[in-house]
Design a binder for this molecule. Structure first.
Ligand SMILES: CCCCC/C=C\C/C=C\C/C=C\C/C=C\C/C=C\CCC(=O)SCCNC(=O)CCNC(=O)[C@H](O)C(C)(C)COP(=O)(O)OP(=O)(O)OC[C@H]1O[C@@H](n2cnc3c(N)ncnc32)[C@H](O)[C@@H]1OP(=O)(O)O
Ligand code: FAD
Length: 642
C-alpha cells in the first residue's frame, strides 16, 4: 500500500531508509516538543537543524530528488515551516521557469548551494488577489539601464511573502513594469534585499516580519518597501519577456506565463495537503482504536470509540479523500511537469487547461482537507484540543492553503471561466472542440441514473452520475450568465450575479476529476489484496461524495429517493467493511513518530503514559508555585481573606 501511496516500491523503500537514518541522528530531532517553545526558540531550533541538514543532506537523501527533499523536510523541519521554506517552494521554481539560461547560470547554482536565500514577493498590503492592481513599480531608466523599484504608498508594501521578513537576502519581486511611461503590467525581477556579508537591509529597503499568525510561525512572513531602489535591467527575469537596453519590450508567448510559479505550487500542494490530512487522521484513528468510552452492548465491556458508527462516519470518508487527493495530486504533478517542459520550448497551448484544473483542485482539496482535519481533532475529544495531539497545528498550516496561492473562491471563479467557455462550445454545437477534461460536457446523458440497477458495473454508473450533475450545473450557471447578458447586463455585473452558481459548477467539476483519478488508479492496480482494500475505500468515496451533492441530482430526477436510500446504505456497508483496515490504511502512509510530532498518535499506542509524561515536561511544571501566583494571585487571595 505504501508503494501505491508514494508512487512506487522504490519511493516507499527510500522513505523508510530516510526515516531510519534520521532516527539515528539525534542532532536532527526537535530538542524539546515544539508546542513548549516560544516563536523565537522555534525559529532558532529550525535554523539549527537546517544548517546541519545542509552539511549532511547528501548522506541522507539524493538532494536532486524533490520527493526525497520533501520527506526530509517533513521529518526534520516539520510543517510549521523553516527559514528556507519559500526558497525551495517558490524562489527556485520561479528562477527555473522564468529566468533565461544566462540568468539561471548566474543565480541558480548559488541558490542551490544555499549561498543565498530567496523568496517570492508578490502580495501587497492592499492587494493579493488582483495582481493587475499591485502598486509596486519598476520604472525603466534608459540613461542608466536600470529599473527603479518603488513603493508609492503604504498599501504598496509587499506583505505576506514567506521568509521575507528576516531570513531571505534575495527575492523574486513582482512589480508593474513601466517603460517610457507605458505600464506593461506585473513582471518578476530578481532583487537583492540584504548585504551578503552583514545581512543588513540594503539602503532603500525597508523590511521586517509581519508578526505571529494562526500557525506556520517558524516562517517569517514579511513586509518590504522600496525607496527608489535601483537594479540592473538584466534583473528582469527574461526567459519569456525581454527588455532591450533601448527600452524595447518583447512580449511573452502567453500573457500569463509569468504566473507559472503560482501554478507550480498549486500543482504540488495537493499531495502536501493529502499528507497533512492523512497525518491528522492517522493520529485520530490510532487514538480511536485505543480510547475506550461507553458500551454498545451493555453486557459487554467498554468499546474502542472507533466501533461507533458516528466515529467511523467522521473519519473514514476523509481517509478516502486523503487517498483520492494523493492520487489526483500525483496526476496533476505529472501534467504540470509536462506542461512546463512544453512551455520551456515555447508551446503554451496547455497552460489554460492546467490553470483551470489546478485552480479547482487547489480550492476543493484545501477546503475538504481543512474539514477532515478539524473532524479528526474533534474525534479525539478533549485530548484532540491539547497541543499534545498536534492536530491543531496541522489544521492551522493546512487551512492556510485555502488562502495562499490564490484565495479559494477566486480560484474557483478562474475555473468557472474555463467551464463557461466550454459550455458556450457545447451550446454552439462545437463539442468536438472541447478539451479532454471537459469532453463529458458534450456527451448526452441518460435520463436517470442506473446506479442501483446494473450490478457489477464497476464505478461507471457513479462516474456518469457525477458527470451528469457537473454538466447540468455548468450549463445551468452558464445559461444564467448568458441570459443576464442577453437582458443587457454588463458582462462583469452578470458574472458577479452568477458567481455562487458558477463556483458550484467548479466544485462539482473538480469533485468529478478527483473521483475519476481515484477510479483510474484503482483500475491500474495489479496486487489483488491492495486492489480489494482500495476498492472498498473507493466505494465509500463515491457513495459518500454523491450523498454530499445529492441535491443536484434530485433536482431533475436523475436520482430517485430510493436510489438515495441505496447510496446511503452503501455508505454504512462500507464503513463497516473498512473498520478492520482503518488503522492500517493510515499506517500505510508510514509517518514516523518524529514526523507526526503527536503524543496522542504515536505508533506504540501508550496514549495515557505518553500524555502524562508530556504534561509533566511542561515548563509550567518546573516549579510548584508560579511567580504569577506569588506576585498577583496569592496577594489577591490574602487581601480577600482579611
Ligand atoms: C516536491 C516539491 C514539494 C513542493 C511542495 C509545495 C507545497 C507544499 C505543500 C504544503 C506546504 C505547506 C505550507 C506551504 C506554505 C506556504 C505557501 C507557499 C507559497 C504561497 C505563496 C503565495 O501565496 S504567492 C502569491 C499567490 N498569489 C496568488 O495566487 C494571486 C491570485 N491571483 C491570480 O492568480 C490572478 O490575479 C488571477 C488569476 C485571479 C487573475 O489574474 P488577471 O491577470 O487579472 O487575469 P484575468 O483578467 O482574471 O484573466 C485573464 C485570462 O488569463 C487566464 N489566466 C490567469 N492565470 C493564468 C495562469 N496561471 N495560467 C494560464 N492562464 C491564466 C484567465 O483564466 C483568463 O483567461 P480567459 O480570459 O481565457 O478566461
Ligand atoms: C500562510 C500564507 C503564506 C503566504 N505566502 C505568500 C508568499 O510567499 N508570497 C506572496 O506573495 N504572498 C503570500 N501570501 C499571500 C496570499 O497569496 C494572499 O493572501 C492570497 O493570494 C489572497 O489574497 P488577499 O489576501 O488579497 O485576499 P483578498 O483578495 O483580499 O480576499 C478577501 C476576500 O475577498 C474575496 N475576493 C477577492 N477578490 C475577489 C473576486 N475577484 N471575486 C470574488 N471574491 C473576491 C475573497 O474570496 C475573500 O473572501 C501568503 C498568505 C498566507 C496566508
Amino acid at each position: 500500500m505504501a508503494a501505491q501511496i508514494w508512487g512506487s516500491e522504490k519511493r516507499a523503500r527510500r522513505r523508510r531508509e530516510i526515516s531510519a537514518k534520521i532516527a539515528q541522528m539525534p542532532e536532527l530531532h526537535d530538542s524539546k516538543p515544539l508546542p513548549f517553545m516560544t516563536r523565537e526558540e522555534k525559529i532558532m531550533e529550525s535554523a539549527r537543524k537546517l544548517t546541519i541538514l545542509t552539511e549532511k543532506m547528501g548522506q541522507i537523501i539524493d538532494p536532486t530528488d524533490p520527493a526525497e527533499l520533501y520527506h526530509l523536510n517533513n521529518e526534520v523541519l516539520g510543517l510549521e515551516g523553516n527559514p528556507m521554506a519559500l526558497h525551495g517552494v517558490m524562489f527556485i521554481p520561479a528562477l527555473s521557469a522564468q529566468a533565461s539560461d544566462e540568468q539561471q547560470a548566474k543565480w541558480l547554482p548559488r541558490a542551490l548551494r544555499r549561498e543565498i536565500i530567496g523568496t517570492y514577493a508578490q502580495t501587497e498590503l492592499g492587494h493579493g488577489t488582483n495582481l493587475q492592481n499591485l502598486e509596486t513599480t519598476a520604472t525603466y531608466d534608459l540613461a542608466t539601464q536600470e529599473f527603479v523599484l518603488h513603493t508609492p504608498q503604504i498599501t504598496a508594501l509587499k506583505w505576506w511573502p514567506g521568509n521575507l521578513g528576516k531570513s531571505s537576502n534575495y527575492a523574486v519581486v513582482v512589480a508593474h513594469m513601466i517603460i517610457k511611461a507605458k505600464n506593461y503590467g506585473p513582471h518578476p525581477f530578481m532583487v537583492q534585499l540584504r548585504d551578503e556579508k552583514t545581512h543588513e537591509p540594503l539602503p532603500g529597503i525597508t523590511i521586517g516580519d509581519i508578526g505571529p499568525k494562526m500557525a506556520y510561525n517558524i516562517v517569517d512572513n514579511g513586509f518590504l518597501g522600496f525607496n527608489k531602489y535601483r537594479i540592473p535591467r538584466t534583473n528582469l527575469l527574461m526567459r519569456h519577456t525581454k527588455v532591450e537596453a533601448d527600452g524595447t519590450y518583447i512580449k511573452p508567448p502567453h500573457a500569463k506565463i509569468n504566473y507559472s510559479a503560482m501554478v507550480h505550487v498549486r500543482a504540488y500542494m495537493l499531495t502536501g495537503q493529502a499528507i497533512m490530512l492523512a497525518s491528522a487522521l492517522n493520529i485520530a484513528t490510532r487514538y480511536s482504536s485505543v480510547r475506550r468510552q461507553g458500551q454498545i452492548d451493555k453486557s459487554q465491556p467498554e468499546v474502542k470509540v472507533l466501533e461507533y458508527q458516528t466515529q467511523q462516519h467522521r473519519l473514514f470518508p476523509s481517509i478516502a479523500r486523503a487517498y483520492a487527493f494523493q492520487f489526483a495530486g500525483a496526476e496533476t504533478v505529472k501534467l504540470y511537469e509536462h506542461v512546463l517542459k512544453e512551455m520551456k520550448s515555447g508551446n503554451v497551448s496547455l497552460m489554460a487547461d492546467l490553470h483551470a484544473l489546478t485552480s479547482g483542485l487547489k480550492s476543493v482539496v484545501t477546503y475538504q482537507t481543512g474539514e477532515g482535519i478539524e473532524q479528526a481533532r474533534m474525534a479525539c475529544g478533549g485530548h484532540g484540543y491539547s497541543m499534545a495531539s498536534y492536530i491543531s497545528e496541522i489544521y492551522g498550516v493546512a487551512i492556510g492553503g485555502c488562502t495562499y496561492e490564490g484565495e479559494n473562491m477566486v480560484m474557483l471563479l478562474q475555473l468557472a471561466r474555463y467551464l463557461v467557455k466550454s459550455a458556450a462550445l457545447v451550446k454552439s454545437g462545437q463539442s468536438s472542440k472541447l478539451g479532454p477534461l471537459v469532453a463529458y460536457l458534450g456527451v448526452k446523458s441518460e435520463p436517470t441514473s442506473l446506479i442501483d440497477r446494473i450490478p457489477n458495473s464497476g464505478f461507471t454508473e457513479y462516474v456518469k452520475t457525477f458527470q451528469h450533475v457537473s454538466k447540468r450545473q455548468t450549463l445551468k450557471a452558464a445559461d444564467m450568465f448568458f441570459g443576464l447578458m442577453e437582458k443587457g447586463e454588463k458582462r462583469e455585473i452578470a458574472w458577479n450575479k452568477c458567481s455562487v452558481e458558477l463556483n458550484r459548477a467548479s466544485r462539482l467539476h473538480t469533485r468529478l476529476f478527483i473521483v475519476e483519478a481515484f477510479v483510474r488508479r484503482v483500475n491500474e492496480i495489479a496486487d489483488i489484496r491492495i486492489k480489494e482494500a482500495l476498492t472498498d475505500l473507493l466505494h465509500l468515496h463515491v457513495n459518500y461524495e454523491l450523498l454530499d451533492i445529492a441535491s443536484y441530482a434530485l433536482e431533475d430526477g436523475f436520482l430517485s429517493a430510493s436510489q438515495l436510500d441505496y447510496i446511503r446504505d452503501q455508505v454504512y456497508l462500507y464503513l463497516g467493511k473498512i473498520r478492520p483496515n482503518a488503522v492500517s490504511l493510515l499506517d500505510s502512509w508510514e509517518f514516523s513518530d518524529i514526523e507526526l510530532r503527536s503524543v496522542l498518535g504515536r505508533r506504540d499506542g501508550n496514549v495515557y503514559e505518553n500524555l502524562f509524561k508530556w504534561a509533566k515536561s511542561s515548563p509550567l511544571n518546573k516549579t510548584d508555585v508560579l511567580s504569577s501566583v506569588t506576585q498577583y494571585l496569592k496577594p489577591m487571595m490574602e487581601k480577600a481573606r482579611l
